[in-house]
Design a protein around this ligand. Structure first.
Ligand code: HEM
Length: 424
């Protein structure tokens, strides 16, 4: 990562985060073994892969356990009063001072979620479909057509940010500003570095990025308030909303928006990389999907089951609980291995086969329960528009035989770094 956070470019910031959260080893293999041998792991399961975890970052502060089975993961994620999120404010959240929805529990979470929810419902999001499609085609893909080859991740890194920041209500006239904010957001996420040599610099950069983002968002919020708090986008809604009986002040709106940024862009980028990789890797699939675009939602859902971006979610126990005879005391960390639950052979037939025709069942790539991804409809519309446009504009698109095939990897954050393609 460059020392100068102000000038950090998006590509560098993204690679640094991928490197930090990639780790070593094959998490699917390790999880399969756990499902068959022992559905509860006592300790920090992720430690063996060398990726940052809350248990690792807050060394020894809480006993830690890991769960692998579908029903166990579902029962934890759905019960937010027994399995809480407040500790997140100590980890990544320590970089923020202010409102972080993911770190909220109980009534506070319910109220804030209700305040945000309308901006993300399908009926709202579907209204933006034409605009999302236009940006994808006109600002990105149409210019690529004559080149006849590309790394699709050059597009994949940029389009979710463009769309997402517009939805949040940032001005749309400065494209470079989006890339800058996104790079700073990634520097913030990259602050959880476990390599002792890199940790001090990563933390320092995260601290600088947090401040740079604060100032940039503050400028937007102040201007939007002065302009009358209008607009149907997220900032407009927050400026008009009430939170716990009072109107949000500028500091609260800024910290709230800033805490949403890490959830909004990179997740869609990584999911895009996996969708495209699996679309090309599965024999006959691209021809089927090209001919029948109604298969795209199934393609996205199966990708999110088969290769969830984020391999695990952590909760803290608010009381003593027990799983499969293992007692987990109050105040423990419970790591829910989403990547394992999504391939539980007791729930999914042939779970290691990528099959877009499988019967739809809930899986956990967008989470589950009260904290389930609020932005999933946005992400799905964007991905749908992107896949459709790629199939429309790039005739006979296929993997570039002269370049390495895409590899979906990562012990904590999964995705492919490159998807090299050619077309006629
Ligand atoms: C394909 C892309 C995406 C994936 C895979 C994804 C995944 C997730 C997951 C797994 C959670 C649950 C976290 C937990 O339970 O601990 C979550 C929560 C969340 N996501 Fe997404 N997300 C994506 C896109 C988005 C987008 C586009 C937004 C929009 C701004 C967004 C905003 C959020 C927020 C605010 C939460 C926290 C909700 C809460 O705590 O109530 N996500 N996401």
């Amino acid at each position: 990562m460059k020392n100068n956070v102000v000038d950090l470019d998006l590509e560098t910031a993204y690679s640094a985060v991928s490197e930090t959260y990639k780790g070593k080893g094959d998490i699917h293999v390790a999880c399969r073994e756990m499902r068959s041998k022992s559905p509860v792991f006592v300790g920090d399961f992720l430690e063996q892969f060398g990726v940052p975890t809350n248990a690792g970052m807050q060394q020894g502060t809480r006993p830690t356990f890991a769960l692998f089975k579908y029903q166990d993961v579902m029962s934890v994620l759905r019960d937010a009063s027994t399995f809480t999120n407040g500790f997140i404010a100590e980890g990544l959240g320590a970089f923020f001072d202010g409102l972080i929805i993911l770190a909220m529990d109980g009534e506070q979470h319910r109220r804030v979620r209700a305040l945000l929810q309308p901006a993300f419902m399908p009926e709202t999001v579907n209204k933006w479909r034409d605009q999302i499609d236009e940006v994808i085609r006109e600002d990105f893909l149409e210019q690529m057509v004559p080149v006849k080859k590309a790394d699709l991740m050059d597009f994949g890194l940029n389009f979710p940010i463009r769309e997402m920041y517009a939805l949040m209500g940032f001005p749309t006239d400065n494209k470079e500003a989006y890339r800058k904010y996104a790079a700073w957001t990634l520097a913030m996420v990259g602050g959880n570095q476990i390599d002792p040599e890199k940790a001090p610099e990563a933390r320092r950069n995260a601290g600088i990025a947090v401040k740079l983002l604060y100032d940039a968002i503050k400028d937007v919020v102040v201007k939007r308030r002065a302009d009358g708090c209008i607009g149907d986008d997220l900032i407009g809604r927050l400026l008009r909303a009430e939170h716990e009986g009072h109107r949000l002040n500028d500091h609260e709106v800024v910290t709230f928006v800033r805490s949403l940024l890490p959830a909004a862009g990179e997740t869609t980028t990584r999911t895009f990389s996996s969708v495209m990789s699996l679309l090309f890797a599965t024999p006959g699939l691209i021809d089927r999907v090209r001919a029948d675009r109604s298969l795209i939602p199934k393609l996205i859902d199966e990708t999110v089951r088969y290769e969830p971006v984020s391999t695990f979610k952590v909760r803290e126990t608010a009381k003593d609980v027990e799983f499969h005879g293992v007692k987990i005391p109050k105040g423990s960390f419970v790591q829910c291995l989403v990547v394992s639950a999504n391939r539980d052979e007791e729930v999914f037939e042939n779970p290691d086969t990528f099959d877009i025709d499988r019967k739809l069942k809930p899986s956990f790539g967008f989470g589950f329960g009260p904290h389930m991804c609020i932005g999933q409809f946005v992400a799905k519309v964007e991905l749908n528009c992107a896949i459709n446009a790629i199939l429309d504009l790039f005739p006979n698109i296929r993997l570039d035989p002269d370049m390495p095939a895409p590899v979906i990897e990562g012990a904590q954050l999964r995705g492919a770094s490159h998807v090299h393609v050619i077309w006629d």
